[in-house]
Design a protein around this ligand. Structure first.
Ligand code: GLC
Length: 454
């Protein structure tokens, strides 16, 4: 009995001291400063690339089809991206209006794009023979893009990584797990993961973002203790003090354990909060339903949907990380290329409503079928017209607040007038103003009205 009590007390004690552990000290203001470039830039490219790109049917193909290592080996053996030209990728990202990019240095399959002293399962040992991460970093930096590494905490290749419920060899009974994990030592994997993260945090110069993926606590799951998350993040912050880190290492309650939250394939209904406080966030999204190259996947979002994802994120104070899954030959496939081009066409003329913009102050109410963003530095309000209205366009509560109104894409004045016709006049409230829009929708997917406020 005494022994049980002691164990309980000890566990409780170690848990509380653990959860109160700090990774580093920083004021809210300092954090805001550290994240300033990222909150300003708003739009980044996610890149999922690995040997799964050869299967061409999802980066989870190993798990989805429960493929054993021996059979999965063919993707490694045939990996040779002869058309890989990261400068081309970087130029595409830049032309789309993206300002940073995050690439899978290692995904769940365990294969590393980088040269590592701790594994043979790496790009340098494939027919391609070179450190892909190095080439990628150099090309993206040269185009002035900030760089980020995705590193999978999960590893479906490492022999010491214990089988869990998301592993390709996942089991259905406790007994089976026990049997499968006999002889596997997570401690060895934990060290391996830390060693590899140290490599990518030291061998590639300044790294702007680290994207760790992911924790799934609970039965046959994995959490901060499995990864050694606290020690891992301490090391990362020491090696790269300016770095921005996502929130998937299971350290939500540890100060310094994360910088932003990551709603995945999900449109938030409002600015996400933690402990009642609005937090930095970035939604990650695919063009179609897979992160890795998926030849036969057909659910591609159209240009308007993609633009709405971007605008709506900014309108709620967040970022968009939009994913491409390059092919096994190292090219961005034609559908993604087209989508990026179209976004770039819009961004060329409208990025002022995105960069440096955020959620509009509450006093401004978005008109029907529109999304608002606001730049607090310039005091300009942006109305994105998702469904182009007919001439009369009412702005509620803006009377006396607008100095000048124009379309953003061509800086053509929009007149503030009395509404056309009797019906329009009827509808205009006390504090409202009416804009007189041209009948013909401008040749822009989503036209933007720029309001220069007093
Ligand atoms: C998930 C998936 C993964 C993808 C990631 C992107 O965690 O496991 O395949 O890389 O989300 O957010």
């Amino acid at each position: 009995m005494k022994k049980i009590l002691l164990i309980t007390l000890l566990t409780l004690f170690s848990f509380t001291s653990f959860s109160q552990e700090k990774i580093w000290e920083e004021t809210a203001e300092e954090k805001k400063e550290r994240l300033a470039w990222w909150t300003n830039d708003r739009f980044g490219m996610f890149i999922h690339w690995g040997t799964y790109s050869l299967a061409g049917r999802h980066e989870w193909v190993k798990k989805n089809e429960r493929i054993p290592d021996e059979k999965y080996q063919k993707y490694f053996d045939n990996f040779n991206p002869d058309l890989f030209n990261p400068t081309e990728w970087a130029k595409m990202a830049k032309a789309a209006g993206m300002k940073y990019a995050v690439i899978t240095a290692k995904h769940h399959e365990g294969f590393t794009l980088f040269d590592s002293n701790f594994t043979d399962y790496k790009a340098t040992n494939t027919a391609y023979g070179k450190d892909l991460l190095k080439e990628w970093v150099e090309a993206f930096r040269a185009e002035d893009l900030k760089i980020g590494f995705y590193y999978s905490l999960i590893d479906w290749h490492h022999p010491e990584y214990t089988i869990d419920r998301v592993h390709p060899q996942s089991a259905s009974t406790d007994e089976a797990y026990k049997h499968l994990n006999r002889g596997r030592d997570m401690g060895i994997y934990r060290k391996y993961l830390k060693d590899q993260v140290r490599e990518i945090m030291t061998n590639y110069g300044k790294v702007d973002i680290l994207w760790l993926d992911y924790s799934f606590p609970g039965k046959h799951g994995k959490d901060r203790n499995d990864w050694g998350s606290v020690e891992l993040l301490k090391m990362v912050r020491e090696l790269q003090p300016g770095i921005i880190i996502n929130d998937r290492a299971d350290l939500k309650d540890v100060p310094g354990g994360w910088d932003f939250t990551t709603p995945e394939q999900f449109k938030v209904s409002e600015w996400p909060t933690y402990d009642g406080i609005k937090i930095p966030w970035e939604t990650c999204q695919t063009f179609s339903g897979s992160w890795g190259y998926y030849r036969d996947e057909m659910t591609w979002k159209n240009n308007k949907q993609l633009l709405v994802l971007l605008i709506e994120s900014v309108s709620k104070g967040g970022n968009l990380l939009l994913n491409v899954g390059p092919t096994g030959r190292g090219t961005i496939d034609h559908r993604a290329e087209k989508a990026l081009k179209e976004m770039g066409q819009w961004m060329k003329f409208n990025s002022r409503s995105i960069y440096g913009a955020t959620q509009a102050p509450e006093e401004f109410v978005a008109p029907d079928h529109s999304l608002l963003t606001y730049n607090p530095e310039t005091n300009r309000l942006y109305v994105h017209l998702l469904d182009y209205p007919l001439q009369n366009f009412t702005l509620r509560g803006l009377k006396g607040k607008v100095k000048y109104a124009q379309f953003l894409h061509d800086a053509s004045e929009i007149l503030i007038t009395e509404p056309h016709g009797y019906w329009g006049k009827e509808k205009l409230g006390e504090g409202d103003i009416n804009l007189s829009l041209p009948v013909v929708k401008p040749n822009v997917e989503i036209p933007v009205i720029e309001l220069i406020l007093k």
